[in-house]
Ligand binder design. Structure first.
Ligand code: FAD
Ligand code: EPU
Length: 342
């Protein structure tokens, strides 16, 4: 049965920032054929198109014109390949549920990415990463449909041009594809990655994929607010990448600044530390605030809208720029660029 095309659909609960938003039209296709039909309909009618996953990295306007498509196909399966296992996961699979199912099967590679909200289809967009691991390291292929001609295509990790919170889907292919399926390459051979923070201590001497995933979940629950109880989009800013000279200058004045040299010579700084040192942890204005345990997370207490959030974020970034001379770049994406902000 075809999914219903809904009019004036409320997305207030479909985004973890809890921003009020109404989609002019909304559809949740349950297989690839239905998805292609929805994309073709939008193309024929000239409707602006917005793809929605779990809404955990999106800033939604008050009204999204055109058609919002939320892929709801949610099957996944395994393909054995010697010691490796290929995992095929459709766009609507909930990322964390997939991670837990795979670590329970003893598969290595994905365990550090436990408890990241959202759906598989969005994972390549910003090359999700946590605890020293990024999606791009395990991605074998991305299946997608091109929006301009409705044709299917398969891209390799190299095609995706992954970087820190970056990919070709935020660049040349921004708004031009619908991702339908991921293929991930995991391993049965133990290869724990415990170098980030105190992860090694938390996991103990006998790491298993499940033990690592559980330790990651425990750390994340201590630091990050659960969007179900306090609306947020995770880190609101990316960690800034600065050149080596700038890093040296900042470190001379602030020796405690957490910093991570990158292979390209740049240095990644902890934006949370910079915001924290501006004295902004727990700072609230209007309906928004800086989280009191993790300064990189902006929280919404309810009743606010996207325009107020963006103003608040500018105020935070402005203070960091004034004090440290470092520009912060937003991580969550603005949806429906033509929409009106609440
Ligand atoms: P959405 O927010 O729905 O969409 C994000 C973008 O992807 C939008 O531009 C949307 O149009 C596009 N999109 C969605 N589906 C498709 C598709 N099928 N095809 C093409 N484009 C599509 N991120 C990290 O990297 N690491 C973390 O540790 C992390 N922790 C977080 C913690 C919390 C509490 C929260 C709320 C967020 C966190 N995030 C983290 C951010 C977020 O979870 C990820 O960016 C996630 O991949 C977003 O998935 P989503 O399904 O919610 O995408
Ligand atoms: N810090 C502070 N004060 C704060 C927050 C952080 O001093 O208020 C310091 C910490 O003590 C630590 C450093 O900053 O020395 C880094 O903090 P943390 O380990 O919490 O990581 P992060 O840089 O704040 C990044 C990602 C998270 C990811 C974690 C773990 C970005 C933008 N954020 O956060 O991703 O889960 O590392 O790998 O890269 C997300 O993208 O939404 C997200 C949550």
């Amino acid at each position: 049965m075809s999914p219903r095309l809904l009019a004036e659909h409320d997305l207030g609960r479909a985004n973890t920032l809890g921003l009020p938003c109404v989609a002019e039209r909304f559809i949740a296709p349950r297989d690839e054929r239905q998805l292609c039909e929805a994309l073709a309909l939008a193309e024929r009618e000239g409707w602006p198109l917005t793809l929605l996953g779990g809404g955990s990295n999106l800033i939604l306007p008050e009204r999204l014109p055109g058609l919002v498509v939320q892929p709801a196909m949610a099957d996944w399966w395994l393909e054995e390949r010697g010691d490796e296992v290929l995992v095929h996961a459709e766009a609507g699979v909930v990322w964390h549920e997939l991670v837990m199912a795979l670590v329970q099967r003893g598969l290595w590679g994905i365990e550090n990415l436990a408890l990241i909200p959202g759906h598989c289809g969005a994972a390549p967009i910003q090359n999700i990463g946590a605890y020293g691991v990024e999606l791009g390291e395990m991605l074998e292929a991305v299946h997608l449909v091109r929006l301009d001609d409705g044709r299917e295509a398969v891209m390799t990790a190299a095609d995706c041009a992954f970087g820190y919170r970056d990919s070709v889907f935020k660049g040349a292919l921004d708004g031009r594809v619908a991702i339908t399926r991921l293929v991930l390459r995991l391993s049965r051979t133990p290869r724990p990655r415990l170098g980030y923070g105190d992860l090694a201590t938390r996991v103990g001497s006998e790491p298993t994929p499940l033990a690592v995933a559980e330790a990651v979940c425990a750390i994340r629950r201590e630091k990050l607010p659960d969007p179900l109880t306090l609306a947020n989009a995770g880190s609101f800013f990316k960690n800034p990448l600065v050149d080596a000279g700038t890093a040296r200058r900042l470190l001379a004045g602030h020796p405690g600044l957490p910093h991570f040299p990158q292979p390209d010579g740049r240095v990644k700084l902890a934006a949370g530390w910079l915001i924290d040192r501006c004295g902004l942890k727990g700072w609230c204005r209007g309906h928004f605030g800086v989280h009191r345990r993790q300064a990189l997370v902006l929280v919404h207490f309810g009743g606010g809208g996207a325009a107020e959030l963006l103003d608040f974020a500018d105020a935070v970034a402005g203070q960091v720029s004034e004090r440290f001379g470092v520009a912060l770049e937003r991580e969550p994406r603005l949806a429906g660029k033509g929409g009106t902000l609440a």
